[in-house]
Design a protein around this ligand. Sequence first.
Ligand code: FA5
Length: 362
Amino acid sequence: MADNDNDLSLLKSELLATVAAATDIAALDEVRVNALGKKGRLTEQMKTLGALAPDARKERGAALNLIKDEVAQSIDARQKELAAVALRQRLERERLDVTLAPRPQAEGRVHPTSQTVDEIVAIFASMGFTVAKGPDIESDWHNFEALNFPPDHPARQMQDTFFMPPVDGKPMVLRTHTSPVQVRTMQTQKPPIRVIIPGRTFRCDSDMTHSPMFHQVEGLVIDEVTHMGHLKGCLLDFLRAFFNTPDLPLRFRPSYFPFVEPGAEVDIGCSRKGGELKLGNFGDWLEIGGCGMVHPNVLRNCGIDPEQYQGFAFGMGIERMAMLKYGIPDLRTFFEADVRWLKHYGFAPLDIPNLALTGVAP
Ligand code: FA5
């Protein structure tokens, strides 16, 4: 307590002067503590009242209360002033000139394959799927044998394989499809399983619709109750969302893949009239991938009891889907690294189509 604080008018004018001298909120807070805090100068004066005679106490107490109110009000008023100054300074500092010309767009473009993977993942994520991954160089066992392709089975010839040097005596291949990651997932996760597997795949194949390196997305669902109807509903929801075509028809055509039973090719409705490809209910069909119920031998090979569990799998070609969705006529151009092509067919970063339109996204 300052010695001369007994003189209330002096105390008051000193306190008001310190309030006026505070140049920012932190300094003002300090002034408030010094005046009105637990050990503040006014509080200390209040504590001395008890020692006074009743009349003097009443008079000095009332005077102190008036000063207290006046100081508190002046602190509040100063606080408002300082806040307004701070706001003015901030607005000045962060001034935005909305009349400025937009900055030139970043040079880079997202490749249509990456864009399509992002879209596929976003749709399946909204349906409760997670993403799984596996290696590009795969053991023959994962790529074929565990998937119910016995050695020398003719179905192996359906996938023109690039063979790799053996590792630890084990035959290796560049994976011909994403299906070996089904095996890896079932070996490491307990059902219920619900994953998609986008990734690179390799086949000795090259023309307008076939490339030696391409991408597939695999889907795998394993639990105790899933059946073919769920498979069809899942693909229908996904394909309608992906192609932004709410009435897109879907057809299952019986087909053979050793790792599913029953198996089917998945076709979507289209029209090819006048050489122009349109998706929708036009009576013509286009193949988009394969699917089926996971074969009991595959479940067994992965340590899952087929008496208790069942499920479905599907696999689709990602570039084929991108070609259909974005009207890209030749699959080979995806991998030619031609910057003009990328400028034309590429995407700006974060340019994800509006999934809310599809009714699938939450
Ligand atoms: C398979 O690869 C199966 N693993 C799919 C599957 C998964 C069936 C799960 C059942 C259950 P397929 O060989 O048909 O199936 O290839 C699937 C898709 O990959 C094709 O429909 C096509 O879109 C794409 N594809 C196949 N070969 C090529 C290639 N050389 N270039 C580009 N895309 C290709």
